[in-house]
Each structure stands twice: as C-alpha cells, then as structure tokens.
Design a protein around this ligand. Structure first.
Ligand code: NAP
Length: 294
C-alpha cells in the first residue's frame, strides 16, 4: 500500500511516516520545497502523480500568530490546499485523511464537545482550519477529518509537556496557563488512528484526543513533573506558577478557553485512547528515554 503524506517533517508527520513504514507502507513524503501547499496546482499534480492509495495531510501553518500575520497564506495552505487534495483524491479514488483542530470550536462553554458541537473559531488559524473541514467534506464526503488537540509525544519536536520537563531538568522557573482547558493528544496515538482510519470506509469528523476530564496546561505541567519524579529524573515536583492567557505577551491571537473534545465516537469504532494522565505519563517516559539516549 502506498501513502502520500504532506507535512512529514512536522511534529505529527514524522511519527505518521515512521509508523506507516513500520506497518509496511510505502510512504511518499514531498518536502515543502518540492510541493508548496500555497501552490494549488502543485498540490493537485502531486496527488494525481503519486499513485497513492491513501493521502494524509498533516501539513499546516499551525502557529496562531503566523496565521494572524498572513491570513491569505493561512487560507491558501490550511484551507485551499486540503480542499484541492480532496478533489484530487475524488479523481484518483484515494482515501483522504486530513488533520484538523479543537480550535475550530468557540470554546465559550465548559465541558467536552462531540463532533456535532457548533463551530465558531475565534482565530484566523481556527477559521482557516474550519474552512478546510467544510471544503474537504464537500469535495469528498468519504474523507476522514481528525480533529486533534495539544499534540505532544514526538521527542524530536518537544511540545509543551516535554518543554516543561526540559525546563525543570535545567532548573529554570516554570509557569503554565491555567485559564484554558482541553485534552492532550499523543502523536503516536494520532498516527495509530490515521492508519486505522485509512483501512476503513468511515468518513466525516472524528475527535482524536485523550479521554478523561479536561485539563489546563498548568494541570499538564504538574502531571508531567510528577511523572518525571516517579521516573527518578527529578527529586521533587518544582513549583509551577499559574498564568492567565492575557499575561502571555507572545499571544497576539486569541486562544479559545474550553475546547476539550469528547472521543467517544472514535472509541465506539473500536479505537481506544488513553486518558490525559496516561497520555502525559507515556509522553514523559518516552522523552526521558530519548534524552538518556542522546
Ligand atoms: N500542534 C498542535 O498542538 C496542534 C493542535 C491541534 C491541531 N493541530 C493540527 O495538526 C496537524 C499537524 O500539526 P503539527 O503540530 O504536527 O504540525 P507542525 O509540526 O507545525 O508541522 C507542519 C508541517 O507542515 C509543513 N508545511 C507548512 N507550510 C507548508 C507549505 N506552505 N507547503 C508545504 N508544507 C508546509 C511543514 O513543513 P516545513 O516545516 O518544511 O515548512 C511541516 O512539515 C496540523 O493540521 C495542525 O493544524 C496541531
């Protein structure tokens, strides 16, 4: 089986490529320089010429401030390119798996949201990703849209969880946002879901994240540090200052407050997901093992 994977150099793409190769797939990984997603024609030609059974889009401009600074480029890369991929897949008959985000939700109300929840993104990034969801499913109703959140678990591209442990190991002061809730997703779980969904005929939107109660970044930081103590990497859990989103100078774009997703639809498909604490435990253990090998 042949997979065409966009975004293979990214945090999630690297893991998808590795797991697919381990599962015996031939994986084509066009780099940004070989196929710029801002160039719709290049996108279509790459899909049409690939002979792929499955096309996976893990590419995006995923930085909120980058999208804010260039909304037109965000629209082209995050929305028009996946729409073009979906149309090309309709032509070739390839299965299409596209990654989306919990930031398509408005996040005004607490609690976990299922796939039918109303979408009302509050950022340019979220708008571009929601536009992609609608365009992809209109072009190809059998496409699979996987909404993921707070990706971590690729030690080569440390995310918030790994960065917290790294800072603690370096004895640096720690702070984490406490007024924002979601659920983390391990990149290894995303890759596992991508491969599982590639082998089904199920289309539509799927929430792919840890189970359990919603957590803040502050909760995640404390859980990660507790795990580092259990693993013997730290002597004690250091203090983590609780921050508000409004206090973070780097944030020029709005972050929605409550975007935790309900993954029951995915679990009902027979695809299990760990809860948030277990996700963070796995991610920290993997990161510490990676550091010890370096
Ligand atoms: N990170 C999160 O916590 C998070 C949360 C929810 C949803 N998501 C979504 O999950 C998916 C994967 O996210 P990620 O964090 O793994 O992504 P990432 O690490 O930011 O990687 C993005 C990938 O997209 C590629 N890319 C960006 N612009 C491109 C362009 N114009 N042409 C071709 N390739 C381009 C990058 O290649 P270069 O580096 O070479 O440019 C890279 O391979 C994305 O759809 C993202 O929106 C992410």
């Amino acid at each position: 089986m042949k997979m065409l994977l966009f975004g293979a150099s990214g945090r999630t793409g690297q893991v998808v490529a590795r797991l697919a190769q381990e599962a015996g797939w031939q994986v084509l990984t066009p780099a940004h320089a070989e196929c710029d997603l801002a160039d719709e024609r290049a996108v279509v030609e790459t899909v049409l010429g690939s002979g792929a059974d499955v096309v996976v889009n893990s590419a995006a401009i995923s930085g909120l401030e980058a999208c804010l600074d260039d909304p037109l480029l965000a629209h082209r890369v995050n929305a028009m390119a996946p729409a073009a991929m979906a149309l090309a897949c309709r032509h070739t008959g390839a299965r299409f798996v596209h990654l989306s985000t919990d930031y398509v939700l408005a996040g005004h109300r607490a609690g976990k949201k299922n796939e039918a929840a109303k979408c009302k993104p509050v950022s340019v990034y979220g708008e571009s990703k929601r536009e992609a969801e609608l365009a992809v499913l209109e072009a190809l109703p059998t496409a699979v849209v996987l909404r993921v959140s707070w990706i971590c678990g690729n030690p080569q591209k440390p995310a918030f969880v790994e960065q917290t442990v790294a800072r603690a190991l370096a004895g640096q002061p720690l702070a984490a946002i406490a007024d924002k809730e979601s659920l983390p997703t391990d990149a290894e779980d995303i890759a596992r879901v991508v491969l599982a969904m590639a082998g089904t005929k199920a289309g539509g939107i799927w929430h792919v994240c840890a189970g359990g109660e919603p957590v803040s970044w502050h909760d995640c930081a404390v859980l990660a540090l507790q795990c580092a103590v259990e693993e013997g990497a730290l002597a004690v859990v250091p203090a983590v200052a609780a921050q508000k989103r409004a206090e973070v100078a780097f944030f020029r774009e709005e972050r929605p407050r409550y975007t935790a997703m309900n993954n029951e639809k995915l679990q009902a498909m027979g695809i299990p997901m760990p809860d948030a604490a277990e996700t963070i435990r796995r991610v920290v253990k993997r990161y510490l093992a990676y550091l010890s090998r370096k």
